[in-house]
Design a protein around this ligand. Structure first.
Ligand SMILES: N[C@@H](CCC(=O)N[C@@H](CS)C(=O)NCC(=O)O)C(=O)O
Length: 223
């Protein structure tokens, strides 16, 4: 059986979640860097494979998949020894899926809406977008109240994708102190992921994006 191929860029948050899961599963990818800062994702060969031209994109023996959370679910189903990370119990899985969709459509979306225009093009910070992000972090805080992990009584891929998002917020110096359950859960998840090269695969890359953001803020006078 041939090794699945992962097209990726190390600092990209959705790529980071895939690399962390691969480490947890002991899965070796054939890794191919696509430098989106240089527009490599727009090359005809890549667009022919993924018309949406985004990373991460995976090719597992002809199964081409993008959308990081769909890749996470597939990899657990295909390569994990148990269903622990993506439980097959339909009621637990429903909660995992809800959290995955919440991260995709709401929390991570609002993070990118607020930080990325400044980070990439030096646009001024938008207070309406900050308020919408803060609202979403509040929803996560409410979800996590009384729970150790986001969807089950143990770590799942819902925690993994949310961990990448929330650790990125922390690196951006988003004030997490008012969100006590988020903060406690974040520390718990970091500890859980420490043996899986967490610092190298996620924390250092979150800092790299935060440095880019701060450099742009300094250039534009922090407006
Ligand atoms: N929802 C997607 C987001 C993918 C995404 O936006 N990837 C960015 C890098 S972080 C990208 O490839 N941008 C280049 C492009 O879209 O052309 C996922 O979770 O995989």
């Amino acid at each position: 059986m041939s090794t699945p191929v992962l097209y990726y860029l190390p600092p990209s948050p959705p790529c980071r979640s895939i690399l962390l899961l691969a480490k947890m599963l002991g899965l070796d990818f054939e890794l191919k860097i696509v430098n989106i800062m240089e527009g490599e994702q727009l090359k005809p060969n890549f667009v022919a494979m993924n018309p949406q031209h985004c990373v991460p994109t995976m090719n597992d023996q002809g199964l081409v998949l993008w959308e990081s959370r769909a890749i996470l679910s597939y990899l657990v189903a295909a390569y994990a020894k148990s269903d622990e990370l993506y439980p097959t119990d339909i009621r637990v899985r429903a909660l995992v899926d809800q959290r995955l969709h919440f991260d995709l459509g709401t929390l991570y979306q609002r993070l990118t809406d607020f930080y990325f225009p400044t980070m990439f093009i030096g646009a001024p910070l938008d207070e309406v977008k900050r308020a919408r992000l803060t609202e979403a972090v509040g929803w996560l805080n409410a979800i996590l109240e009384g729970r150790e992990y986001a969807a089950a009584d143990h770590f799942t891929i819902a925690d993994l994708t949310l961990l990448v998002t929330v650790s990125q917020l922390e690196a951006f110096d988003f004030e997490l102190r008012p969100f006590k359950h988020v903060k406690q859960w974040l520390d718990r998840c970091k500890e859980h992921m420490a043996p899986y090269d967490y610092d190298e695969l996620n924390a250092s890359k979150a800092s790299m994006l935060a440095d880019m953001f701060r450099a742009k803020m300094n250039q534009t006078g922090g407006s």
